[in-house]
Design a protein around this ligand. Structure first.
Ligand SMILES: O=C(O)CCC(=O)C(=O)O
Ligand SMILES: [Fe+2]
Length: 254
């Protein structure tokens, strides 16, 4: 990822687009024109499912490592989804059946040195939209998670993965699991911060499915906390707002 980002501008220019529905897109903040200020990072986005990207559209030097990482992360996500499903008292396959592991999106972030890090952030506070995110970060640090009112450092450790519960997991589990609010500080070090995240999201272009709290979890004592919606509304809401805190779950709250 470092090699990709540090290529001359002309090598990266063919990927510049704000159209996140493309197979591959390279841009700075996806919500640049909706947010109050720019964040200090660039992001390479690769859509890996349900319509897999042509692997050859991700050019060297990062094609093979990214695609390999995506496969490995998916094995982790599949296992975790099974365990979380059992944690809800449902079968191992249940959660996977809801959104599947088909909506797979890889985001590779590059946070260059920021000369005035106190004036902006690398990535504003937010929760991830899907079921789960599996994230690998290099050793620079800067990721923080909100614990109550306090931002706590998620310090990198070699070989460690960070897993975020997403908004959809909060909704379908009727708040048994809560999505994690997190942010990345602007990078004050000369060493770039690099992270690669795999998002497991609802399938696009499938408006025959209604998402909402899983019926099997509901009872008169545990009524649904969220209304049902289709995926077009879910993505429409996510992409038409700036990245901000946990507003996606708030939108669907009853
Ligand atoms: O760069 C990171 O560590 C966090 C990335 C992230 O939160 C995201 O892509 O949603
Ligand atoms: Fe995130």
């Amino acid at each position: 990822m470092r090699a990709f980002n540090e290529q001359p501008h002309a090598e990266k220019a063919p990927y510049y687009t704000r159209d996140h529905t493309k197979g591959v897109a390279f841009a700075s903040n996806f919500d640049l024109y909706r947010s109050k200020a720019a964040s200090w990072r660039d992001t390479l986005l690769v859509n890996l499912g349900p319509v897999p990207v042509d692997p050859w559209s991700v050019r060297e030097p990062c094609r093979a490592p990214l695609l390999e990482w995506a496969q490995e992360a998916t094995v982790v996500a599949e296992t975790l989804m099974g365990l979380l499903s059992e944690g809800l008292g449902l079968g191992f396959e249940f959660l996977k059946g809801i959104s599947g592991l088909e909506g797979r999106r890889l985001l590779a972030h590059y946070y260059p040195w920021c000369p005035e890090p106190e004036l902006t952030v690398g990535l504003v506070g937010h929760s991830d939209p899907g079921l789960l995110t599996v994230l690998l970060q290099n050793q620079v640090g800067g990721l923080q998670v909100l614990n109550g009112e306090e931002w706590v450092d998620v310090r990198p450790a070699p070989g460690e993965l960070v897993v975020n519960f997403g908004d959809l997991l909060q909704i379908v589990s009727n708040e048994v699991y809560k999505s994690a609010e997190h942010r990345v500080l602007a990078n004050p070090s000369k060493e770039p911060r690099i992270s690669v995240a795999m998002f497991y999201l609802p399938r696009k272009n499938d408006d025959s499915t209604f998402y909402g709290p899983i019926e099997e979890l509901l009872s008169p004592q545990n009524p649904p906390k969220y209304r049902k919606f289709i995926v077009t509304e879910f993505y429409g809401r996510f992409y038409n707002k700036r990245l901000d805190r946990k507003s996606l779950v708030e939108h669907f709250k009853i």
